[in-house]
Design a protein. Structure first.
Length: 257
């Protein structure tokens, strides 16, 4: 009888302990949620500033990043089908979440980037210089690599043709191979490249073995990561096309912003 009582007490103790721990964990998750969202927003702002050329060693503190972002960056919601800016909460818009619902997204007819679904809207970041004039436009792109969906911010001059930066901020490619999309040396190879040729056709390409000297459309490939490099090129092909930013670029290219 004593053994049964001991087992029962032990079981009750375990159940109570589990219940208390569950309450503590749930409470911690809820309590930390605002901090997690704040950190996520800060990380995003940091990458947008990097894509804009406004992130320096001197302004990497949280306060400096938030201040610089508020001063220079305006987030605007874009209807991808029309290429027009629309009213809405651009600050809190979640493109990934919108792409999950058939009500707020489409399945692309030519899904070369293998994204499965594309949200009907996205956010464009207009970055102003100290005089208040827009000098950089940051677009968000995503596409499949070898192992993962790769997410990037692409900084463009206001001609919407000249690349200022390509910043991959979320990817799961092989470190030392496809993961080199985050290598500063490779990112630097994009600066000054032209997305379109003189006929307005998509011309940017990632060249296996290296682009020729003077090739304004070619970017050196990634050694040992051919499929990741192909994924990068296909990402640009899709997002610069009619089902991506094509309508927006056609409407506002050459300083129309």
């Amino acid at each position: 009888m004593g053994n049964k009582d001991s087992f029962g007490r032990t079981l009750i103790f375990v159940l109570i302990t589990c219940l208390v721990c569950s309450v503590i964990v749930a409470g911690a998750a809820v309590g930390l949620r605002p901090l997690q969202l704040d950190n996520k927003q800060l990380y995003k702002q940091t990458k947008i500033l990097e894509a804009s050329g406004l992130l320096t060693q001197e302004n990497k503190s949280k306060e400096a990043i938030q201040s610089t972002y508020q001063k220079h960056v305006t987030a605007k919601l874009l209807d991808l089908k029309t290429g027009e800016f629309v009213e809405g909460d651009a600050v809190n818009f979640d493109q990934r979440l919108a792409a999950l619902s058939s009500d707020t997204s489409i399945k692309p007819a030519n899904d070369v980037a293998k994204i499965n679904r594309r949200a009907n809207q996205t956010v464009v970041y207009l970055v102003k210089d100290d005089a208040g004039k827009t000098d950089t436009v940051v677009l968000e792109m995503r596409g499949s690599g070898l192992w993962s969906m790769m997410y990037a911010f692409v900084g463009l001059s206001t001609d919407l043709n000249t690349v200022k930066s390509v910043i991959y901020y979320d990817q799961g490619e092989t470190p030392g191979l496809g993961g080199e999309v985050e290598n500063p040396a490779w990112k630097a190879k994009w600066v000054g490249k032209q997305l379109f040729n003189n006929n307005g056709e998509i011309a940017i390409k990632v060249v296996k073995g290296g682009a020729k000297t003077g090739d304004i459309h070619g970017v050196d490939g990634l050694s040992g990561a051919t499929l990741t490099a192909q994924g990068v090129e296909k990402t640009f092909t899709f997002w610069l096309g009619e089902e991506g930013f094509g309508p927006f670029i056609n409407k506002y290219r050459n300083g129309g912003l």
